[in-house]
Design a protein around this ligand. Structure first.
Ligand SMILES: Nc1nc2c(ncn2[C@@H]2O[C@H](COP(=O)(O)OP(=O)(O)OP(=O)(O)O)[C@@H](O)[C@H]2O)c(=O)[nH]1
Ligand SMILES: [Mg+2]
Length: 334
């Protein structure tokens, strides 16, 4: 199980200082105390969001500080409150105090707000200290400090997309090209024996998680090859990426391969087979008979499935593929 973990610092804003002032006006000989209160510091809130699947965006951005309150001013002007900030985390994030390891919050649902650092109260200005026996107070308070905490965030990564296909189709090669995962790659079947997860970084500071699982073969649902046991790792994904080897050297028939895998998925679990799927012709650099590629495209189109041509080795078509995956995995930003 892949765990994403980051340490972050959250610091709420300090309160503004209270002001010490006396009213001075022409023809008003003894103006009263008029120092305003300081504004309150902004809070830091953690908010769970469906727009994030990993903690990657916090790794490069580990400090989150809310604005401080402005100082109070004369004429009983209260300082402005500091702006609060929100730090977005994926659903599933568990928050611990870094020092004590105390569990502070577990984000189980989207749009859950958790106040993690409270802003400091503004100090009172001298106008507040006036009473019948104390007409000209000079007392005023400094602002109170905002909370500061070091946190450890943990997230059990779940795959957003699963790579399926025959052994040797290039699934591990693909995940190694689009993520930092470095699975074993070799030109023999069943190189991958355990599922691998990779985090795919996107341009907009977001990311999604891809699972590379061992290849399937005909009869996998009856236990042939490594069987379908690994499919349970992608049962909760939003998308399947079906890789088909279209290279000449493989000597395979892409359309036939494609249909066999579809059949195996169906016999494992109809819900899994009904997930959104992208069909990918891989090893285009080594494809000689483009009729085979065309036939695969037709088979995909007939099933209303989007079709892409890539070479996981040379990198051709990977950008378009990642964008298509992103569009199907990430909810659009409102
Ligand atoms: N020419 C070419 N070869 C590729 C491409 N993608 C993968 N390969 C080769 O195909 C072989 C199998 O690649 P893997 O990534 O290990 O395939 P896999 O689907 O993970 O295989 P299993 O783990 O056995 O299921 C390796 O020798 C790769 O170098 C490609 O785009 N073009
Ligand atoms: Mg592999």
């Amino acid at each position: 199980m892949l765990i994403d973990e980051v340490k972050i610092l959250v610091k709420a804003g300090d309160g503004g200082n209270g002001c010490m002032a006396f009213r001075r006006e022409k023809f008003v000989p003894r103006g009263g105390p008029s120092g305003g209160d300081g504004g309150h510091g902004g809070h830091v809130e953690l908010v769970s969001s469906v727009h994030y699947n990993t903690l990657l965006h916090l790794r490069f951005n580990p400090e989150h500080k809310a604005e401080r309150g402005r100082h109070g001013e004369g004429s009983k002007c209260t300082g402005h409150d500091g702006k609060s900030i929100q730090v977005k985390v994926p659903v599933g994030t568990v928050v611990y105090d870094f020092e004590s390891s105390e569990l502070l919050h577990d984000f189980a649902t989207p749009d859950d707000h958790f106040l993690i650092a409270r802003g400091g109260r503004g100090g009172r200005g001298n106008a507040r200290f006036v009473n019948s026996r104390h007409q000209a107070p000079t007392e005023h308070e400094e602002g109170f400090p905002g909370d500061e905490r070091r946190l450890r965030l943990e997230l059990k990564l779940l795959a957003d997309a699963g790579l399926v296909g025959f052994p040797n189709a290039g699934k591990s090669t693909l995940i190694s090209r689009i993520s930092a995962a470095r699975p074993k790659i070799a030109d023999y079947p069943f190189t991958t024996l355990e599922p691998n997860l990779g985090v795919v970084p996107l341009a907009n500071n977001r990311s999604f998680v891809v699972a590379d699982i061992p290849g399937l073969i005909e009869g996998a649902s009856e236990g042939h090859g490594l069987g379908v046991q690994f499919l349970k790792h992608i049962e909760r994904t939003k998308l399947l990426v079906h890789l088909v080897d279209v290279s000449e050297a493989s000597g395979r028939d892409p359309v036939n391969d494609f249909k066999i895998i579809l059949k195996e998925l169906e016999s494992f679990n109809e819900e899994l087979a009904a997930k959104p799927m992208i069909v990918v012709a891989n090893k285009m650099d080594a494809a000689q008979d483009l009729k085979k590629v065309k036939a695969l495209k037709a088979a995909a189109t007939r099933r209303k499935l989007p079709f892409f041509q890539i070479s996981a080795v040379t990198g051709t078509g990977l950008e378009e593929l990642v964008r298509a995956m992103e569009a199907r995995i990430m909810p659009t930003i409102e």
